[in-house]
Design a protein around this ligand. Sequence first.
Ligand code: AVJ
Length: 323
Amino acid sequence: MTIAIEVHLDADAAAKMADDVRAGLCAYPKEVAPKYFYDDRGSRLFEQITELPEYYPTRAERQILERRSAEIHVAAGCPSTLIELGSGSAAKTRHLLSAMRDCDSLDTYVPVDISEEITERTAAELVDEYPGLDVHGLVCDFEQHLERVPHGTDQRMIAFLGGTIGNLYPRQRHAFLERIAALLGPGDHLLLGTDLIKDRARLEAAYDDSAGITAEFNKNVLAVLNNQLGADFDLDSFEHVARYDEEAERMDIRLRSLADQDVRLDDLDLEITFSAGEEMRTEISTKFSRERLESAYAGAGLELRGWFTDDAGDYALSLAGVG
Ligand code: AVJ
């Protein structure tokens, strides 16, 4: 059993954020990317979201993994290496690791995450829980460093859970799936978590909970800009908006300015104005049907090989492979 952790954090991550935020705030309509939600407070708020009665995706995904990990593992050809993008605390991943162990194929786990602290803690826990397991962690932004995941002769499964692919616009999603396809050998698989299309009322409730946690999570992105870019956003002058866009089949999450106001971002030497009622997009969360996902896969050279949903049919884990 070994632990090896490689850190590839860009020295200029801060500069990239500055450029990215400037471009988004100077565009019309204004937009800030959802990856900036997740500072410490944002990550804690997201944890709370996953426990809300209205927010079903986390529970649905957990149910699938609890009940069907063995089946998923066999359908994926009994891989011995599990690579997980955005692994975090690997809470749900343990079901997959246990299925691999139970049929004696578990060899290597590769968590890929932006947080060094969490990756180290998770690695230490897992080598305890799974005797003989090698953990080869990668601390990086996987959108930038996807190609660093280890290649080898072992059968691999790349897991991307949680439904985060829904945050990507179609072109970004296409590019991401193509990069995954390029990483997969003939026997390898992608295991992807996606939220499914359902009625507007349930979707909108899931993203606008009655306790107001999602609203706080959304507004927290303004606090991130205040802290990291020297901005002076007044969080109370914005309100949370979560609408289902039926045509695009995605949740569209925004912050609406409650007044005419100016905001200064010192570190960008930038002053922007919001008019009362102006909306700034902070996230999309795409919802899928099996057909839609199948065609997204096909467009990137991937083939749908397995489809696993929770009892209610709210959420899917799918397996995809190349050629
Ligand atoms: C972590 C991107 C999957 O889209 O459901 C939850 C984030 N945003 N509530 C999602 C989120 C508002 C979540 N993902």
